[in-house]
Ligand binder design. Structure first.
Ligand SMILES: [Fe+2]
Ligand SMILES: [Fe+2]
Length: 252
């Protein structure tokens, strides 16, 4: 069950939100999908999966959304790997952090769709990072929106902090390990060809956020890129299978 939820970033966000709800009595403590699933149980999760909402975007057939999902999958795998390198106990939270780090984009797409289309067009036209185009159009960006949501959902503060910082100045691995792992994972996903939007990045410059985490092992960067690509490919296969089973008709 955890493996299936982990393939679906919007559902993962909903599961974490529910597990951290005040009414559930575990406010602010659950940053792991495994623990969230144990707490909520199969029936409750089935209800979450079945209930359409603004956060349940069609999984396939709409290219930007496919790209966002494969990007999230790549980030989650790398963030988990790097989180574990920094601290064995960080792996589960790091995976979740990578998986939901661009939740703010999903929300913008669902709630301010026209603005989001303009933002995508501006980013494509001027080859801007998405968060910069968002700031120009909206005065804020998906990192801040995602962090605000994580706070509103009572997710652990270190996850909200990592979301908030993921397009900011470099995080110090000693002070903000989740933030540092996420910045490196986000860069690795882009360098592996699974950024969002999918503009071609200069791969060597993307390596920079990961350097403090590689412990001087230059070969590790290649392994990280391979991990990102494998996870994105798996997510792509999942999306294709879902599209085949149920053509995208649900709106969001
Ligand atoms: Fe982002
Ligand atoms: Fe990202």
């Amino acid at each position: 069950m955890v493996a299936l939820i982990a393939k679906d970033p919007p559902l993962a966000a909903r599961v974490l939100k529910a597990a951290n709800s005040v009414s559930f009595g575990m406010a602010g403590t659950v940053g792991s999908l495994s623990i969230a699933c144990v707490l909520l149980g199969m029936k409750r999760i089935a209800r979450l999966a079945a209930n359409a909402s603004a956060f349940r975007t069609p999984p396939a057939g709409a290219s930007p959304r496919d790209a966002l999902w494969t990007h999230a999958a790549a980030c989650a795998a790398v963030c988990e790997f790097l989180g574990r390198q920094l601290n064995q106990n960080l792996a589960a939270e790091a995976f979740v952090t990578g998986l939901i780090h661009d939740t703010g984009i999903t929300v913008l797409d669902a709630v301010l769709h026209q603005d989001f289309e303009s933002i995508l067009a501006l980013a494509a036209e001027e080859r801007l990072p998405l968060h910069e185009a968002e700031r120009r159009v909206l005065g804020t960006d998906h990192a801040q929106i995602g962090a605000w949501l994580a706070g509103a959902w009572n997710l652990p503060p270190q996850i909200a902090g990592a979301l908030s910082a993921h397009h900011g100045p470099p995080c110090d691995p000693a002070e903000a390990p989740l933030g540092a792992a996420l910045q490196a994972a986000d860069a690795a996903a882009r360098a592996a060809g699974f950024g969002f939007p999918r503009f071609a990045p200069p791969p060597e410059s993307e390596k920079i956020p990961a350097l403090p985490l590689l412990a001087g092992d230059a070969r590790a960067w290649g392994g990280i890129l391979a991990l990102a690509a494998a996870s994105a490919a798996e997510a792509g296969e999942f999306l294709a299978a879902v599209a085949k089973a149920a053509p995208p008709s649900q709106g969001a």
